[in-house]
Design a protein around this ligand. Structure first.
Ligand SMILES: CC(C)(COP(=O)(O)OP(=O)(O)OC[C@H]1O[C@@H](n2cnc3c(N)ncnc32)[C@H](O)[C@@H]1OP(=O)(O)O)[C@@H](O)C(=O)NCCC(=O)NCCS
Length: 152
């Protein structure tokens, strides 16, 4: 399995490659991905093989005390799935957002994304709502939320 570490600007192309492999036409555009690296240098993670091959990423941010943190993306390239990497990435990101001060962490996920919903549920995220028009009419998303327990 891969090694998970914080990503830096030098990893930009690796993140773009993972994003495209996982999301295809729904990947972030390069500009947004580069800005996430600039905005959230302590909460963008990269998983890579021993040979430095990009395998997965987790991107999130926490911007202000009292606000929730957000998971913006968790993705594993198809060839590396089913080995625990997605869970490790999502867990590292959730814990990091909590360390940065988030008492709650939120994300949205497509209703049809069984793997994503099961992954987040296994880490303690609960489905707390559904926005029927998150991306416009007919494009619903589930809102999921993780809450820190006292002492976290
Ligand atoms: C979701 C994703 C990140 C999972 O990565 P992964 O490395 O295969 O996941 P893991 O091996 O760590 O599995 C962790 C848990 O996820 C869930 N899961 C993973 N693949 C699944 C599948 N095909 N069907 C149902 N649940 C699945 C399970 O709960 C699994 O736990 P288990 O193995 O104990 O059953 C990966 O499928 C992916 O990149 N998908 C495309 C991008 C995406 O949808 N991201 C999430 C929404 S932003």
């Amino acid at each position: 399995m891969g090694t998970v570490r914080l990503a830096t600007a030098a990893d930009f192309e690796s993140l773009c490659a993972i994003d495209h492999a996982a999301f295809g036409d729904h990947a972030y555009d390069r500009f947004a991905l580069r800005q996430f690296l600039a905005l959230f240098p302590r909460s963008v993670f990269l998983a890579e093989s021993d040979q430095g091959e990009p395998l997965g990423m987790a991107i999130g941010g926490h911007v202000a005390s009292g606000e929730p943190g957000w998971v913006l993306s968790v993705a594993v390239v198809p060839s590396a799935r089913g080995q625990g990497l997605g869970r490790e990435l999502a867990d590292r990101l959730t814990r990091r957002l909590a360390e940065l001060g988030a008492r709650k962490v939120r994300l949205t996920v497509e209703e049809s994304n069984r793997a994503g919903r099961a992954l987040y549920a296994s880490l303690g995220y609960r489905e707390v709502g559904r926005d029927d028009a998150y991306f416009g009419r007919g494009h619903a998303r589930f809102l999921m939320e993780w809450t820190a327990v006292s002492g976290d």
